[in-house]
Design a protein around this ligand. Structure first.
Ligand code: NDP
Length: 334
């Protein structure tokens, strides 16, 4: 029996910061599964900063979202009907079919995952953001015993895990930054960073010097701009930088904050390395073994901010850029 699903369409390419009128909530039919297909009722969908880039009609490492069509993104859901033996009814599955309540698709487009009470973890600590954090501290800017490590956007999905994984690797000091004092409190108390400063006071270099008086060995950069400048100036010799994201630097098409201190990399022999998480897809098992193990053992903390209902999905997404009160991975229960 065909059912319906509410879904979010991109109806206009944002100019600068995205606004609610760039999106529309629409209803679509969900057909019964044909041979080799499954119907999935999504439980949670992910909102991620990279999605803003996909709203621009430009060449990138992922194709742009089409206009007047449902957007894509990470989701976890339950199979409610199946005509494929490898993906049985009742299975918990992840997919790239977020931004909608339900869908019918070929079974090969979903991945069966072990059942767990906190299914949203597959979109955060056990999913793409967790893998990004792990790849950063394990491969891109490997953290060694005794390192002083700085992580920006430390209250977020990637940063909160990156700091904890740095600690697990023996970092002697882990410094974070976030926008609001209450976020900084969570970074220190929930995620175990030694200290967190608010970058909003406009003096990140001074704050970083106070937080790590002897300099930093590793910078996990989620934001670019002024904080990247501060990290370049305050790095120790042979410092390692994992360039993960640049949310302060023009995701909305603006010029963003300039990076002016790149010259420091020469004398300090810094290693600056950009990366995209999918580069390390072949290391997925290593990531799950380590991070899954730490999570089960209660040695890392993963927090989520849950928005309720697909009609709040756009609000959840826009909040990523607006410095709201969200902490940890932002998901929408759909
Ligand atoms: P978060 O959950 O951390 O959400 C984004 C955070 O960015 C917000 O909480 C906000 O925190 C902060 N922020 C927003 N605007 C600014 C600004 N102008 N200056 C500084 N901080 C800002 O997102 P994720 O953890 O999912 O992603 C973190 C970064 O990692 C992003 O840049 C993202 O694009 C990147 N990323 C890269 C991947 C890769 O493969 N390279 C994969 C996944 C993510 P606050 O309130 O503290 O400002």
């Amino acid at each position: 029996m065909t059912t319906t699903s509410r879904e979010i369409h991109l109806v206009r390419r944002p100019q600068g910061a995205a606004v609610p009128d760039d999106f529309a909530l629409r209803t679509a039919d969900v057909p019964d599964p044909g041979e080799g297909e499954v119907t999935v009722r999504n439980l949670f969908m992910s909102v991620d900063p990279y999605m803003r880039g996909r709203m621009n009609d430009v060449k990138s490492y992922v194709p742009p979202f089409a206009l007047d069509a449902v957007m894509q993104g990470g989701a976890v859901g339950r199979v409610v009907a199946s005509r494929d033996r490898s993906v049985p009814e009742g299975a918990l599955v992840t997919s790239g079919n977020g931004w909608r309540e339900a869908f019918t698709a070929p079974a090969r487009h979903v991945q069966v995952v072990p059942d767990r009470d906190d299914a949203a973890a597959y979109l955060g600590v056990l999913g793409m953001p967790g893998m990004t954090a792990w790849a950063g501290v394990e491969i891109v800017a490997p953290v060694r015993e005794g390192d002083v490590v700085f992580v920006s956007a430390a209250s977020g999905a990637v940063g909160s895990i990156a700091g904890q994984l740095a600690r697990a690797r023996g970092a002697s000091r882990v410094v974070g930054s976030a926008g609001a004092p209450e976020k900084c409190r969570a970074v220190e108390s929930d995620f175990g960073f030694d200290v967190c400063f608010s970058y909003r006071d406009g003096q990140p270099l001074r704050a970083l010097r106070e937080a790590a008086p002897d300099g930093i060995d590793v910078y996990f950069d989620n934001v670019g701009g002024a904080q990247l400048n501060a990290a370049l100036i305050h790095a120790r010799m042979n410092g390692r930088f994992a360039l993960c994201g640049g949310i302060s630097s023009g995701y909305d098409g603006s010029a963003g904050e300039p990076v002016t201190a790149l010259g420091m990399a020469v004398g300090l022999r810094l290693n600056l390395r950009g990366f995209i998480v999918s580069d390390y897809a072949d290391r997925q098992e290593d990531f799950l073994r380590e991070v899954g193990g730490l999570l089960e053992a209660g040695k890392i903390t993963a927090r989520q901010t849950v928005f309720d209902g697909i009609d709040h999905a756009v609000e959840a997404f826009l909040g990523l850029f607006a410095g709201g009160s969200q902490i940890g991975k932002v998901v929408v229960a759909v």
